[in-house]
Write a protein that binds this ligand. Structure first.
Ligand SMILES: [Zn+2]
Length: 344
C-alpha cells in the first residue's frame, strides 16, 4: 500500500546511472509540458463519453436494425447523458482522497499511463516519470499476467508530489509513495522517485487488480519489494542478510507477519526482510504456487497462518527459520527478472 522512505532516498536521474541517463534522453525527445489537470479530465470525460455512447448505439442498432431516426436520436441523448454522468462520477472519485491537494496539478498523458504532477515538479522530471512508468508497466503486467486498465479503458494514474514531506503531509506517514488501488492510482514523491519506487507501487496496483483484497503486510509489502528487483540499489537478499546479521533480533521481531506504525528506519528493515522472504518463497515453491497462495483471503494474521500452512505445507515460523538459516549461510542469491518474479 505504501513505500517507506529509504534512508538513501534521492532523485533517480542522479542515482540510477546509465539506465536513467537513457530514460532522460528518451524523455527529452518526448518532452511536451503537461496541460492543467482540469483540461485533461475534461478531455477524458469527452473521450470516454464518446466511447460509451458509441458502444451503446452500436449495440442498439445490432439488436434492432430497423430502428426509426427519432427513436435513435432519443437513445443517443440518453446514452450520451449516462456516459457523461458516469465518466464525471469516475473522474471525481479518482480525485476524492485529495481534491484540494491536486487542484493546480498539470497532466502528462502517455498511451499506458496518465501522470498528474504538482507545478513545483520540473516538467521534464514529470515526463521522465511518465516514461519510466510506461517502460516498467508492461514488464510488470507480464509478470502478473494481468493488464492494468480500469473499466477496460481507464489508464492508471500517477500523482507526483514534489517531495516526501508533501506525501507525508497528505497521509501523515513517512512514505515516499502510496498505491490507491480503489481509484487505480499511485502517489509518488518526485524528489525520491526511482525505478524501484515506481515498480513497487505499480506492483501493488497489479497485485490488487489480479488478486483482490489486501493480505497482511509481510505478503503485500514482501511482493512489492521483491518486484522492485533491487532495494536501495543492492540485491534485497544482501540487504536482508546485513540487517539480520547486524541487528541479531529474534526471528519474530525481525519478520512479524503484520506490523503497524513504526519508525522509518524500522519500516525500512521490515520491508527488506519481507522482500527477501518473499523471494525465498518464490524461489523454493515457484511463482505459480506463490500466486495461488496470494489469491486467497488472509487479511488477519490467523487467516494468513492457516493459508500459509495449507498452501506451502509448513508453518510460517518453520519457513521463516529456514529462510534465516539460508540467508545466514549466503545461500540466497539472485533477483527477479524484469518481467518475471522467479529468481534469475
Ligand atoms: Zn508498499
Amino acid at each position: 500500500m505504501d513505500r517507506v522512505s529509504s534512508p538513501e532516498g534521492g532523485c533517480f536521474i542522479r542515482d540510477d546511472g546509465p539506465a536513467a541517463g537513457r530514460v532522460a534522453q528518451w524523455a527529452v525527445k518526448a518532452f511536451r509540458p503537461g496541460r492543467p489537470v482540469r483540461d485533461a479530465l475534461l478531455l477524458e470525460f469527452f473521450r470516454e463519453s464518446v466511447l460509451v455512447t458509441g458502444v451503446c448505439l452500436g449495440t442498439l442498432f445490432l439488436v434492432t436494425p430497423d430502428v426509426s431516426p427519432a427513436r435513435a436520436a432519443g437513445h443517443l441523448v440518453i446514452c450520451a447523458g449516462l456516459a457523461l454522468y458516469g465518466s464525471i462520477r469516475v473522474a471525481r472519485a479518482a480525485r476524492r482522497p485529495f481534491p484540494a491537494a491536486v487542484r493546480g496539478f498539470r497532466t502528462v498523458t502517455r498511451p499506458t499511463v496518465v501522470v498528474h504532477h504538482d507545478p513545483a515538479v520540473e516538467p521534464l522530471d514529470a515526463v521522465v516519470i511518465a516514461l519510466l512508468c510506461e517502460r516498467e508497466l508492461p514488464l510488470l503486467e507480464k509478470a502478473f499476467g494481468v493488464r492494468l486498465r480500469y473499466w477496460r479503458t481507464r489508464r492508471p494514474r500517477v500523482y507526483v508530489f514534489p517531495s516526501a514531506e508533501s506525501v507525508e503531509a497528505l497521509y501523515r506517514q513517512p512514505f515516499t509513495g502510496f498505491a490507491e488501488a480503489g481509484i487505480g492510482a499511485v502517489i509518488l514523491s518526485g524528489a525520491d522517485c526511482n525505478p524501484e519506487l515506481v515498480r513497487h507501487e505499480l506492483a501493488h496496483l497489479l497485485a490488487h487488480k489480479a488478486y483482490g483484497a489486501w493480505p497482511v503486510k509481510v505478503v503485500t509489502e514482501g511482493l512489492a519489494v521483491w518486484a522492485e528487483r533491487t532495494y536501495g540499489g543492492s540485491a534485497v537478499h544482501d540487504v536482508a542478510a546485513a540487517i539480520a546479521g547486524r541487528s541479531r533480533k529474534p526471528p519474530a521481531e525481525l519478520l512479524p507477519p503484520h506490523w503497524g506504525d513504526a519508525s522509518a528506519r524500522r519500516l525500512w528493515e521490515l520491508y527488506a526482510a519481507a522482500g527477501s522472504f518473499t523471494g525465498y518463497l518464490i524461489g523454493r515453491f515457484g511463482w505459480p504456487a506463490y500466486r495461488r497462495f496470494y489469491r486467497g483471503m488472509m487479511g488477519t494474521e490467523r487467516a494468513f497462518r492457516r493459508r500459509f500452512r495449507r498452501r506451502f505445507g509448513l508453518t510460517f515460523e518453520a519457513a521463516r527459520d529456514d529462510w534465516l538459516t539460508k540467508l545466514g549461510n549466503g545461500e540466497l542469491t539472485g533477483r527477479p527478472g524484469r518481467d518475471s518474479f522467479d529468481p534469475e
